[in-house]
Design a protein around this ligand. Structure first.
Ligand SMILES: C[S@@+](CC[C@H](N)C(=O)[O-])C[C@H]1O[C@@H](n2cnc3c(N)ncnc32)[C@H](O)[C@@H]1O
Length: 165
């Protein structure tokens, strides 16, 4: 059952070095120019944002052309089959992505950040501050990933953390 909802609008553009491939999740120490350029009409909305270390970046996964399935097999697993809503797959009914990144500096309408996992030109939908205690859940777990035999190693891959094999 679907309901009628107001359309979303792009409030800016995410600039990254990635045009063909991008990391699976943001890589904290990624080198390169990562910037969120917000429309000048929204610049006042950044007031006090620089006081936070981290932000949620919410965006439209605009170049996705793959067909959506309700059950998927994440490419980084050895054949696990899980529901799309139990995954961070970019191929979903509403192609909306979310990434947590560190704010480096804000100059006028541009937010310079740590690494992002999106293609250059990705449309920005929203920004929210990541708030200590409010957003951290000490008892969070790995869900179905708990059962993966090589979980810790796979998670290093997803996070882009260099390691020996
Ligand atoms: C696995 S998704 C994770 C996105 C987000 N961190 C999340 O958890 O919702 C990241 C992948 O989406 C793909 N991607 C990123 N930006 C995209 C865009 N604008 N259009 C289509 N695919 C994109 C890239 O293949 C990238 O590796």
């Amino acid at each position: 059952m679907s309901v009628s909802i107001p359309p979303l609008i792009s409030i800016g553009t995410i600039r990254t070095p990635y045009t063909v491939t991008a990391p699976y999740q943001p890589v904290k120490e990624d080198k390169g120019d990562f910037r969120i350029v917000i429309g000048p009409e929204y610049q006042d909305g950044l007031k006090e944002l620089s006081r936070f270390q981290y932000i949620y970046v919410i965006y439209y996964i605009h170049r996705m052309e793959k067909e959506v399935s309700m059950v998927i097999s994440p490419s980084w697993t050895d054949g696990a089959r899980v529901g799309v809503f139990a995954s961070r797959s970019p191929v979903r009914p509403n192609p909306i992505g979310i990434s947590i990144v560190r704010i480096k500096k804000i100059i006028n309408n541009e937010i310079h950040t740590s690494g992002l996992d999106v293609f250059d030109g990705t449309p920005l939908l929203d920004l929210k501050p990541y708030i200590k205690d409010l957003d951290v859940r000490e008892d969070a777990n790995y869900g179905w990933m708990e059962d993966l035999p090589d979980r810790e190693h796979l998670i290093l891959h997803i996070k882009g953390i260099p390691h020996d094999h």
